[in-house]
Write a protein that binds this ligand. Sequence first.
Ligand SMILES: *[C@@H]1O[C@H](CO)[C@@H](O)[C@H](O)[C@H]1NC(C)=O
Ligand SMILES: *[C@@H]1O[C@H](CO)[C@@H](O)[C@H](O)[C@H]1NC(C)=O
Ligand SMILES: *[C@@H]1O[C@H](CO)[C@@H](O)[C@H](O)[C@H]1NC(C)=O
Length: 389
Amino acid sequence: MESHCSRIVATFSVFFSVILVIPYSITASTPCEFPAIFNFGDSNSDTGGLSAAFGQAPPPNGESYFHTPAGRYSDGRLVIDFIAESLGLPYLSAYLDSVGSNFTHGANFATAGSTIRPQNTTLSQSGFSPFSLNVQFYQYNDFHQRSQKVRGPGGVFQGLLPKAEDFSRALYTFDIGQNDLTAGYFLNMSTDQVKEYIPDVLSQFTNVIKNIYSQGGRSFWIHNTGPVGCLPYVMDRVLITTGQVDSAGCASPFNEVAQYFNQKLKEAVVQLRMDLPLAAITYVDAYSLKYSLISQAKKHGFEHPLRACCGHGGKYNYNIHLGCGGKINVNGKQVLVGKSCQDPSVRINWDGVHYTQAANKWVFDRIVDGSFSDPPIPLKMACHKQAAH
Ligand SMILES: *[C@@H]1O[C@H](CO)[C@@H](O)[C@H](O)[C@H]1NC(C)=O
Ligand SMILES: *[C@@H]1O[C@H](CO)[C@@H](O)[C@H](O)[C@H]1NC(C)=O
Ligand SMILES: *[C@@H]1O[C@H](CO)[C@@H](O)[C@H](O)[C@H]1NC(C)=O
């Protein structure tokens, strides 16, 4: 009797654990099928925003893939393009681009030069975009509300704008913060002064995530900021004294600030997970990958990690006054500042500020499976809330 009874209990508990476990493992292993991507960021993920507002990125941008400028500051695709491709979605149209855009599967609010905090300066004064993250959120909000009013009656806009339900099922991607760090340095602030304002930058960042969540956004994919101290436009512009250059040739104070920002960003993400219980938030360590790529370029099949492929002069083939696609006067003739490297597919830095398509692909290939994420879940699972470490 007793053994029969315990067998029933055992059977019952096996049965019970099966029904408890199986639904969970099904949801956790089912790809998300994101119907759309909404992206927020700077030039690292700008697919045409700044170009639409301030004039096209000039050739030879775009030449390796699009064979013409395509609103991107690179010779080809960006990480966000590879993300869209891998989710089976078209490349994102820039929200600001009114020519030929199709927002059925999302929109891109990123523009080159964007910061999280509003800068109080114009593009021509400081080089920072007026479309800071708060503005990108206003644009998203406007897009969300008005697209549904316009789409409702039917007609042509049904094939150009997302469905109402796609906003909560979409993937929300972020790659922004680098320019908030350089903004202080370009104003001659000390490292301590830059560090001091990082909490304010991150509180403005988390406000935007919370606002999107309150509009139904649930899946967030957040890239941390890269090793800005390895980029020619920083190394060229800011006085670097001896002892501030690491073994890879990068300016260590700037990378330390980037890592400090990332540590605080990660803490902010942990807090967001507590504040937004229904959100699945993935933190992606792009910094480590980019630093590994630059510091061990040869091992990864790349060369001259600190030299711009498209640029002119100096130690880094970079000159702030003669940027990629600019014009210089040689013996009375206008000459384009073009590609000076033979093969961009083995180069990391495109124009002194941005990465090549090859570098972007290399980074994407290593983030897509989740091995550089917290929690370590693949991109296509990023709608599933999981225990983070
Ligand atoms: C811009 O100005 C406002 C108002 O004076 C100020 O609160 C804010 O900190 C300024 N932004 C930056 C990045 O300095
Ligand atoms: C926009 O893109 C979607 C999906 O790629 C497509 O089905 C739709 O026909 C496109 N709209 C127009 C007007 O071409
Ligand atoms: C920063 O310092 C440099 C060198 O002293 C100076 O030329 C530049 O005008 C300063 N920039 C600002 C924004 O104060």
